[in-house]
Design a protein around this ligand. Sequence first.
Ligand SMILES: Cc1cc2nc3c(=O)[nH]c(=O)nc-3n(C[C@H](O)[C@H](O)[C@H](O)COP(=O)(O)OP(=O)(O)OC[C@H]3O[C@@H](n4cnc5c(N)ncnc54)[C@H](O)[C@@H]3O)c2cc1C
Length: 257
Amino acid sequence: MHFGKKLASVDETATGVRVTFADGTMAEGDVLIGADGGHSVVRQLLLPHFGFVSADLCGAMGRTPLTERFRRLVYGRGTMVKGPHLNLMLGRMEFANAPGPLGLPPTSSYVRWVLLMPPDHPAAQPTAVMPDVRKVVLELIDGWHEDLTDLIKQSDAFNSAIGSPVLLDQPVTAWDAERITMLGDAAHLTIASGGNGANTALRDAEQLTQRLTNDDDVVASLRAYQTEMLEYGNEAVEFAKENQKNFVPESAPAKAL
Ligand SMILES: Cc1cc2nc3c(=O)[nH]c(=O)nc-3n(C[C@H](O)[C@H](O)[C@H](O)COP(=O)(O)OP(=O)(O)OC[C@H]3O[C@@H](n4cnc5c(N)ncnc54)[C@H](O)[C@@H]3O)c2cc1C
C-alpha cells in the first residue's frame, strides 16, 4: 500500500493495467479498481462524456469537538433543528476507539453540523471562497439558542464556501474497458443527505471481493460485478435524490409587490 500517490492516467493492456501517477512513477496490476470518489479520474477516463449538474442543495458544513454540553444537543446519532427556511443538521460522531490504525489521522469525537438552505436563499448564491464560513452561518442563525451558536463558534474544521454539491448529469452506463472498474462515489455519485453513499460503496467492495475471490477469470468477474453494481448503484442515486427532499428547507414565500 502506498499513500500520497495521485492517479494521472491508465493504460489497459491485453493482460493487465498500467497506471501512471502524478509524480511520474508507474505501477502494473491485473485490474484497476477506481475508488477515487465523486471527481474520479478513472471515471473521466472510462466515461469522458459525463458531466456534472448541481444537486440544488446549498449549505455550509463544519465540525466541533464533542463536549458534554454539545452531546446533549444530539439525540441518538443525528438530529435536525428547523428554523425559518434553514435546517441545521447535527450528527454525533463518537469514536469507541480512536481512529489511529491504517494511517488515519488522530481525530477526537465530534459533532458534525450542516446548515442547509434552499438554493434560492440569498446566502446560497455563488460567492468567492471565504476564509471562514462560520461568520455567515452565525449571521444566519443570529438569535438561535446559544448552545447552537457556541457549537458553530467552537468548530475546529469547516468548509470555506457555501455552495451546492454536484451530481452526475446522467446515470452511469456500462463501459468498454475489461480490466478497469469503479466502486463507490466514482461509480454512483450520491448526495450527502441521501445517507446511502458510503453504505453503497461498502456494498460494492463486498460484491467485488466475492467476485474476484470466487472466480479465476478476472475479466468475467469484473463484467458480472459491473452489471450488478450499475443496477443497484443507479437505484441508490435515485433513492438519495428522493431522500434529499426530507432535508431541504422550504423556500421563503415570494414577496407580494
Ligand atoms: C456531510 C456528509 C454526510 C454523509 N453522510 C452519509 C451517511 O450518513 N451515510 C452514507 O452512507 N454516506 C454518507 N455520505 C456519503 C459518503 O461520505 C460517500 O458516499 C463516501 O465517502 C464515498 O466513498 P468513496 O470511497 O467512494 O469515495 P471517497 O470517500 O470520496 O474517497 C475517495 C478517495 O480517493 C482519493 N482520490 C481522489 N482522486 C484521486 C486520484 N487521482 N488519485 C488517488 N486518489 C484519489 C481521495 O483523496 C479519497 O481519499 C456523506 C457525505 C457527506 C459529505
